[in-house]
Design a binder for this molecule. Structure first.
Ligand SMILES: Cc1cc2nc3c(=O)[nH]c(=O)nc-3n(C[C@H](O)[C@H](O)[C@H](O)COP(=O)(O)OP(=O)(O)OC[C@H]3O[C@@H](n4cnc5c(N)ncnc54)[C@H](O)[C@@H]3O)c2cc1C
Length: 425
């Protein structure tokens, strides 16, 4: 279980004074939330704003999980493209899922604005294809979004324009999405925490829930105190372990890694990515990067499928970084860290009422910067009795991963290694 912030650029630049007390005694609330990432914080904020009495319990520090250590990329849509969604669910549901993802992006920007969060948001996301044979489908995706979904913020970039925009010619064209963007993920999580506390939610750090008791009324048990409530929200995503088998069978942690260069003028005129956009490529094991506010390159790439981190994270990610930017061979890498991405079998979020009084959301499969705050808001809506949008997400299929918890890692490693291999052929 994550306890501390990752040794990241974000943690180095975060507000060191933001702290919440440990749970030291028994408390009573309408709703108890397990997990202080975007899902839990957004649920706490939206419930508190409705006048609901909320306690949030975080095992480590607020935002110490994926929410405070991710790539900061705010994507459009679901993790699956609209063609996949239409084939699986039909046009009407696919359109509804697109509309909800648009609401999710808008919610992030609204929260930043409304609560004055210094999340350093910058618009623009470029999605290059790493194989020429993928360009046809990517162009068709752009056309579909522009014509059928009336999403005019996306366009196709030919190779030459792309090379100028991202300062490398190794890609074969790209989708340019002006309606997406990037931000400082930990600053966003901390801002949500401040807003939730201001709205009246009681937040506790270093208060790991070790068990959930449910005889009559849910009780979240920590080492030093117990919170009794009418409703519990399990918002631990990839980190939730030993609390709820149904979630663990469906949300699997995959380790993903990021490095940050020294300031190199990235995102500034004349530097790498002069327009300041984020970039996220078409690999199965995605390479993603963006300029930070202080002109570093934040570059993510490389995964492992066991809980243990590799000894040399810098070396692992540097290999991928240099494949795109060989000129950075001498650049100092000031920060290197990893985190667990919660994925589901279909790469669609797991949003559920597991049984009366027990809700969960997670498994955003690499799309949680937009989807997790939104899912947190939908949980708040559903608990307050308005289940319309919640039901749409809750109807998405989320089968358990094959192999059960014990055999799953071996099956996962085999499957993922195969797909990772396909990135190279
Ligand atoms: C390296 C990396 C890069 C990523 N890049 C992107 C990106 O660029 N764009 C994007 O959209 N998504 C990205 N993601 C995914 C995104 O970060 C997540 O989908 C999102 O943050 C999930 O938010 P959450 O609140 O559900 O979970 P988390 O942020 O993981 O929060 C869960 C919290 O629950 C706590 N917890 C767990 N169990 C307990 C317990 N028993 N008691 C108390 N607390 C508990 C954990 O400590 C943790 O803080 C990335 C993830 C990683 C790891």
């Amino acid at each position: 279980m994550t306890q501390e912030h990752a040794p990241s650029l974000y943690a180095a630049q975060a507000d060191p004074t933001l702290a919440f007390p440990r749970l030291e005694a028994d408390e009573r609330a309408d709703v108890v939330i397990v997990g202080g990432g975007y899902t839990g914080l957004s649920a706490a904020l939206h419930l508190a704003e409705r006048g609901v009495d909320v306690v949030l319990l975080e095992a480590g520090r607020i935002g110490c999980g994926a929410s405070g250590r991710n790539g900061g990329q705010l994507h459009s849509g679901q993790r699956r493209d609209q063609g996949w969604l239409e084939a699986k669910f039909g046009r009407e549901r696919a359109h509804a899922l697109w509309d909800m993802a648009q609401e999710a992006k808008a919610l992030v920007l609204d929260l930043i604005r409304k609560h004055g969060i210094d999340a350093k948001f910058r618009p623009g996301l470029i999605e290059p294809v790493h194989k020429a044979r993928l360009a046809g489908k990517a162009k068709a995706d752009v056309q579909r979004l522009r014509e059928e979904y009336r999403y005019g913020e996306i366009e196709w970039m030919e190779r030459e324009a792309l090379a100028a925009a991202i300062s490398t010619d190794v890609y074969h064209g790209a989708k340019r999405d002006r309606g997406a963007g990037h931000l400082d993920p930990l600053a966003f999580a901390q801002g949500l925490a401040r807003a939730a506390a201001k709205a009246g939610a009681r937040l506790h750090e270093e208060s790991a829930v070790t068990a959930l008791a449910e005889n009559g009324q849910p009780r979240a048990i920590t080492g030093r105190g117990v919170v009794s409530a009418d409703v519990v929200i399990l918002a631990g995503d990839a980190e939730l372990s030993g609390i709820e088998k149904r979630v663990e069978a469906r949300v699997m942690p995959i380790k993903n890694y990021i490095v940050t260069t020294e300031p190199i003028g990235a995102g500034r005129p004349g530097g790498i990515i002069p327009g300041g956009e984020a970039v996220s490529d078409s690999r199965f094991v995605v390479h993603y990067w963006r300029p930070s506010a202080d002109a570093r390159l934040v570059f993510g790439g490389g995964e492992t499928y066991t809980r243990k981190d590799p000894a040399d994270i810098r070396g692992l990610v540097r290999r991928h970084l240099l494949a795109t930017y060989p000129a950075l061979a001498e650049a100092r890498l000031d920060y290197a860290w990893g985190g667990s991405v919660g994925i589901t079998w279909h790469r669609l979020p797991l949003v559920r009422r597991l049984r009366p009084g027990v809700y969960t959301a997670g498994g955003y499969s690499g799309q949680g910067v937009a989807l997790a705050p939104y899912a947190g808001m939908l949980l708040a809506e559903a608990i307050a009795g308005d289940t319309g949008r919640f039901d749409r997400f809750a109807a998405l299929p989320a089968p358990p991963f094959p192999g059960g918890k014990l055999l799953r890692p071996a099956a996962l490693i085999a499957g993922m290694t195969w797909y990772a291999l396909r990135d190279r052929i």
